[in-house]
Design a protein around this ligand. Structure first.
Ligand code: NDP
Ligand code: X2W
Length: 350
């Protein structure tokens, strides 16, 4: 029997923070010891998120009030930009701490790329060097040894999982990857924003960040590594009026005489035995509603009418496998818990 660990969730009054609470309340090896907020510090979690009414949870405090002596691992679910300084301060106070960061602040290994995409220099270069990129299925060895894991973005996870194995096996052309990635609105967080009002987003769909969305940098980083040379994907996110879910269609050009069936075989082999990644039978199209609320990813491979192209389809829930579920999976790996602990919920359908 493994001893439970004590965790703190920084940013517990946000959407990914609340999703962490939902998952960790059912985790057999974890105690939720501290929850923080900014504007909502001082409030009870059940007042901020009434779904937790009747459940005993720590009151929301500021980060400074957290007693790190009593904490083994921190989930950092703060806006990107604020996180580098916060995590540096945590490690200064307690070097033995483990941290899983859900923000983008430690995802890019190259500080020049960080500055280009985020518009300001990286503030914590030494910490960046030790951060492991947290797509669990593709980076287990580094994550298991790390004290700081950078949980990837939700769009990035959705596309990295199907594309990286195919680039590694040189089955698709690195410069001809076209990704359209539709996201639900909870991806934008809980803080009020005019462009996220119901009347601005309902009954329609629009692209955003066209040609310049910052998740392109994460895709470049992982695709370049897999291809062994610069890969240049076209990445277009779409905002659609649903709460949870990412749904990416990825058009690829086949290389070296590969067939769409071979792409399917490679993905099926890569993810055989993975508890959270399901490769559907060849030609079958996944749906976001079939992963909603679960840590699952569903992948599909469909042949295009031309012999040299195929369409990959990948879907996950942005709040679970796209954020908090993957963060718990990373914690499980770091702490040597069974990887599925706390993550066994099935999708909520219909
Ligand atoms: N939503 C998603 O699907 C995904 C989000 N992420 C990333 O996870 C992180 C959290 O996202 P999300 O939960 O959606 O965001 P929210 O806006 O819903 O929540 C942000 C949280 O951070 C707190 N906070 C804000 N500013 C500060 C500050 N200056 N100091 C301390 N605490 C602060 C907020 O407190 P208060 O409420 O009191 O203001 C709140 O608890 C972000 O970096 C995001 O990019 C990653 C993948 C997917
Ligand atoms: C709907 C929406 O706005 N989604 C966010 C993605 C949230 C996420 O995964 O990513 P980060 O952690 O990198 O912010 C966006 O496109 O910026």
């Amino acid at each position: 029997m493994t001893d439970p660990i004590d965790v703190a969730i920084l940013g517990a009054s946000g959407y990914t923070g609340a999703e962490l609470v939902r998952l960790l309340l059912r985790h057999p090896h974890v105690r939720i010891a501290a929850l923080t907020a900014d504007r909502k510090a001082g409030q009870a979690m059940a007042d901020v998120f009434p779904q937790f009414s009747g459940i005993e949870l720590p009151r929301l405090t500021t980060i400074a009030e957290v007693d790190l002596d009593a904490i083994d691992l921190v989930f950092c679910a703060l806006p990107h930009g604020t996180t580098q300084g916060v995590i540096a301060d945590l490690f200064a106070r307690k070097p033995s701490l483990k941290v899983v960061d859900l923000s983008a602040d430690f995802r890019l290994a190259d500080p020049a790329a960080y500055e280009t995409w985020y518009g300001h220099p990286h503030q914590q270069l030494a910490l960046q060097e030790e951060a492991a990129f947290g797509v669990v299925e593709l980076n287990r060895e580094a994550i298991a040894k790390a004290r700081l894991v950078a949980n990837p973005g939700c769009h990035s996870t959705t596309s990295i999982l199907p594309v990286v194995p195919l680039l590694k096996d040189k089955l698709i052309h690195p410069d001809q990857i076209v990704i359209t990635s539709a996201t639900g609105m909870s991806g934008a967080g809980r803080a009020a924003k005019e462009e996220m009002l119901f009347s601005e987003v309902s009954e329609g769909v629009h692209a955003y960040g066209v040609g310049k969305h910052r998740h392109t940098a994460e895709l470049d980083q992982e695709f370049d590594k897999a291809a062994g040379r610069p890969a240049r994907a076209t990445f277009t996110p779409l905002l659609i009026p649903m709460n949870r879910g990412i749904y990416a269609t990825i058009t690829v050009t086949l290389e070296g005489g590969a067939t769409a069936e071979q792409l399917h075989e490679t993905l099926a082999r890569t993810y055989a035995g993975e508890p959270f990644v399901t490769v559907l039978p060849f030609g079958k199209v996944p749906q976001s509603r079939h992963v909603r609320g679960s840590n699952g990813v569903q992948l599909g491979v469909v042949a295009d009418r031309g012999p040299d192209r195929a369409v990959l389809i990948s879907t996950l829930d942005n709040l679970t496998k796209g954020a908090s579920g993957q963060a718990v999976q990373n914690m499980n790996l770091i702490c040597r818990f069974p990887e599925t602990s706390g993550l066994e919920q099935l999708a909520i359908f219909p």
